[in-house]
Design a binder for this molecule. Structure first.
Ligand code: NAP
Ligand code: MG
Length: 468
């Protein structure tokens, strides 16, 4: 783990250090540089210089380096996963999947450099063709909830399209991103093509937005900071991709497989301790089956294994920080109607129990605000139209699930839902080869899938006269 300051005392000011704390033990697990504005500018200048080389590396060589990068991530899956358990308190099972996702995203986009095709368009008097040119330096800003996958969704397609990348991990969770940058170098990425810049969002992240040589910003995080980032990018006429919050609905109709819907509902919201932008944090149930559903939900919620995340059996770890624990706790007051609540381990760690609440009002903050913890609200609806109205009664629109055995209804409701990623009779949201992103205040643009690559290029049109 690189813990040494970037500059020695003789060379100039010593870089400030920031402690990284385990949410399981509450102990310091590493100390990482907190870069200054000047250091950020120097890294962006190096990235800009590296772009002039990287963009001219032949497509086949770029592809080979990315394939090697993917293979190295696979080889180091266990080490990366253990690092994420220590840094972020993710369950070991989840963390292995997350490192595997980085491997897969790199492998998927390693097929892109040789396939970045343009058009040849019929025109009179000559030949017209288009090129997908790389943008230059791409700034990727990553939140703490999924440090590895969200980093990969940005840097893999950006590098494949010929850009260089500066990536700012969340201050709370920088360790796996730093390790991934080392593996990139080992795979043969030229120096400075992919740099991880640790530090504060208000310093390093903000500079990606304001620096004229950062050509694009990919931001994942809160809607509040996302709006600020988009305003800054607008001033620089800089493209921006935003992946923001969510308040997704898990809609259960009376003809659904209720046993399966109830057994899986906890995993649709409590995965990663509910710190998931796709969490189905509102369960909307048809009134006629509400009591039956709640009776099935209780053992499912109490059965979620909340324990030391390094154990293979663990299904839920702690929240990321003491501050976040206080935020999540503040949503539950003496007047909250808590209908089911699980247990947490005693001792250190920012644990919060799996909690099911039943607010009486649609405008209750538990129905409208993203808690980002293991808290789910249940509310009844009357019919299909009511289900659609309630599902869409949120500023967000990231994901959601629909449970019904009626195929026609499943598609009607899916098409009427203002949301980017829907799952019928299941809770899946993310596959690296399908597009991911949000409607409304959940974001702008799409990541992953076949089209994400074009979010990292500009189209150039060239006309060649054939007149003698
Ligand atoms: P956040 O506070 O918005 O922070 C996200 C990232 O932005 C961090 O790296 C942060 O740095 C940085 N940042 C803070 N201020 C900045 C500024 N002025 N300019 C540029 N960057 C800045 O979000 P969070 O609390 O880490 O993450 C939780 C939120 O992310 C939730 O709302 C969740 O829904 C959302 N999220 C969305 C998705 C999605 O795909 N839609 C995925 C994951 C998370 P610091 O380390 O200094 O805070
Ligand atoms: Mg924050």
């Amino acid at each position: 783990m690189p813990t040494a300051p970037l500059c020695s005392a003789e060379e100039g000011p010593v870089t400030a250090l920031h402690d990284v704390i385990s949410p399981v033990t509450e102990e310091v697990v590493a100390s990482v540089p907190s870069l200054s504005l000047e250091e950020t500018d120097a890294a962006i200048a190096r990235s800009r210089k590296a772009f002039e080389t990287w963009r001219h590396v032949s497509p086949g060589d770029r592809a080979r380096i990315l394939r090697r990068f993917s293979a190295l991530v696979d080889e180091h899956n266990e080490g990366l996963a253990q690092l994420e358990v220590r840094n972020a308190g993710h369950t070991i099972g989840n963390a292995r999947w997350e490192a595997g996702n980085v491997r897969d995203v790199l492998a998927y986009y390693s097929g892109a450099p040789e396939r970045l095709l343009g058009h040849q368009i019929p025109v009179p008097g000559g030949v017209d063709m288009t090129f997908h040119e790389p943008l230059g330096v791409v700034g990727v800003i990553v939140p703490w909830n999924f440090p590895m996958p969200i980093a990969g969704w940005g840097f893999a397609p950006a590098l494949a399209a010929g850009n260089t990348v500066v990536l700012k991990p969340a201050e709370l969770t920088p360790l796996t991103a730093m390790r991934l940058a080392e593996l990139g170098l080992e795979a043969g990425l030229p120096e400075d093509v992919f740099q991880v810049l640790t530090g504060k969002g208000s310093v390093v992240g903000e500079r990606f937005v304001t620096h004229p040589h950062v050509a694009k910003v990919v931001f994942t995080g809160s809607t509040e900071v996302g709006i600020h980032v988009a305003e800054g990018c607008a001033r620089g006429v800089k493209p921006v991709t935003l992946e923001l919050g969510g308040k997704s609905a898990n809609v259960i109709f009376d003809d659904a497989d209720l046993a399966k819907a109830a057994a899986t509902a906890p995993y649709g919201v409590f995965d990663n301790a509910g710190q998931d932008c796709c969490a189905r944090s509102r369960i909307l149930v048809q009134r006629s089956v509400l009591d039956e559903f709640l009776a099935l939900l209780e053992p499912a919620v109490l059965g979620v294994r909340v324990e030391d995340p390094s154990l293979d059996t663990s299904e839920m770890g702690p929240l990321i920080s003491a501050g976040h624990h206080a935020t999540v706790s503040s949503f539950i007051t003496d007047s909250t109607n808590v209908v089911i609540q699980g247990q947490v381990p005693s001792g250190p760690g920012y644990w919060y129990p799996a909690t099911v609440v039943m607010p009486s009002r649609e405008d209750d903050p538990l129905m409208t605000e993203e808690v980002f913890g293991p808290v789910v609200s249940v509310m009844a609806f009357d019919d299909e139209a009511d289900a659609i109205r309630l599902t869409n009664a949120t500023d967000y629109g990231l994901s959601g699930s629909i449970w019904t055995r009626d195929v026609g209804r499943a598609f009607r409701v899916a098409r009427a839902t203002e949301s980017g990623n829907l799952s019928i009779n299941s809770h899946s949201s993310v596959r690296y080869w399908t597009p991911f992103g949000g409607f409304k205040k959940s974001g702008l643009g799409r990541e992953l899938g076949p089209d994400a690559l074009h979010a990292f290029t500009e189209v150039k049109n060239v006309f060649i006269s054939t007149e003698g």
